[in-house]
Design a protein around this ligand. Sequence first.
Ligand code: URA
Length: 243
Amino acid sequence: MARAAGTEGLRKLLARLATELEVNGNDLVIEREKAELLMEEIKPKPSPLQLFYEQIKDCRKCPLAETRTNFVFGTGNENADIMFIGEAPGADEDRLGEPFVGRAGQLLNRMLNEVGLQREEVYIANVLKCRPPGNRDPRPEEVAQCLPYLLKQIELIKPKVLVCLGRIAAQTLLKTLSPLSRLRGQIHQFRGIPMVVTYHPAALLRNMGNYERSISDLRFALRVYHEAVSAESDENDSAQTDG
Ligand code: URA
């Protein structure tokens, strides 16, 4: 469930090699200079998301910069159709620089696998990129500084469905104080992207009684995703018919 990465570089290289073959037959020879130019041409360029990470990774806009070990940007497929949003890095994430790598992350991986998803095919990020000391709730001024980073990630990744893990992510993005119980089980809209809300894996670790409900939420998110894809393809079909 991820859009294919571009193969433009490879296509160009093959086209150039084909031209060279035509000129030189089986004695294909490429001068060093030309080869270097070709290599330069096909060298992968940093993606807009990578460039964005480079721009913000040394952020010092709030006091969490003083206590963090790592700025935890996000992980996964940059072309993901499904994006998961958590709250903030914990101790393991701060140490390793990747979201959801501790016990909550292991549970998230298990949940993903249970509904047929791999961690590598989705994208995972948090509202805050730096760990609040002692894992306290994010403060409004920290969210105010950090939220634009998440918004830009969503804009660049363009997922077809968003899944909020827990109350804080959902309340922040939807600008509401509604409790999780009211936010689950509905399709919300975030800037034109359907959004589904489920339990935070850390909350599930404290109460595994809600585990099956969270799996139902993920299956619900997958149905929303499939509906979004089929609506999109219907739209394309009718645009082609009209055109
Ligand atoms: N909890 C979160 O909300 N995010 C993480 O990355 C880890 C734990």
